[in-house]
Design a protein around this ligand. Sequence first.
Ligand code: ZN
Ligand code: FE
Length: 254
Amino acid sequence: MRLTPVAAFEDNYIWLLADASGDALAVDPGDAAPLEAALQREGLRLRALLLTHHHADHIGGVAALAARHHPVILAPQDARIPLATRRVADGERIELAAPATPVEVMAVPGHTASHVAYRVGDLLFCGDTLFSLGCGRLFEGTPETMLASLDRIAALPDCIRLCPAHEYTLANAAFALTVDADNPALIARARAVQALRARQRPSLPTTLGEERASNPFLRIDSSAVRAWCARHSVADDRTTRFAALRRAKDDFRA
Ligand code: ZN
Ligand code: FE
């Protein structure tokens, strides 16, 4: 299977995954136009759409794509996501006919209440739940909820390739370095991302192993995050540490 990040809007990626025959699925098409261009350019047929959550920058292109390509459309049960042909729930495994592949569904609430992630082989399409060196904002979830979702993702194997929906890595690195400045894995990742972005190359996908080593939101129990919390007079409790880190990131300006 061939994986392509299709850039949309300012910093979204619509992930496009195609098999050797030219059948493709796409994840979170917020805009139809860049995806149509990519399908044309690569000579692919759009057979399935996977939707992670209801935000417009993830579903805005669905109606136009559905009318033209008639794909299978997987989405969580949420009235704010119209046009789904199949509603999915945590733990389900769906056998797509084309591209012929199983898709596993993980409920990962926190950014929104009905947010799901999709696992296809060693790829995890995680929407706005986990970003490289960061995580999603808590629009509809408590810190407990989001932390539980991140913990579930973090329990997957190191080799999982994470495909988040936004190119936020450089800005996330700036914040992460204020928390975990002496972490060699983070320093190396920040450097590598800087070089990639300077050449307009995507910083994604990233691997779960890489993120566990460098992403402060997956390192809530590390001595660096605990020391940061102590410096900011945050109680040394797991959820409180996560909540404080997420709040500091909300307020952070590089
Ligand atoms: Zn979102
Ligand atoms: Fe988004």
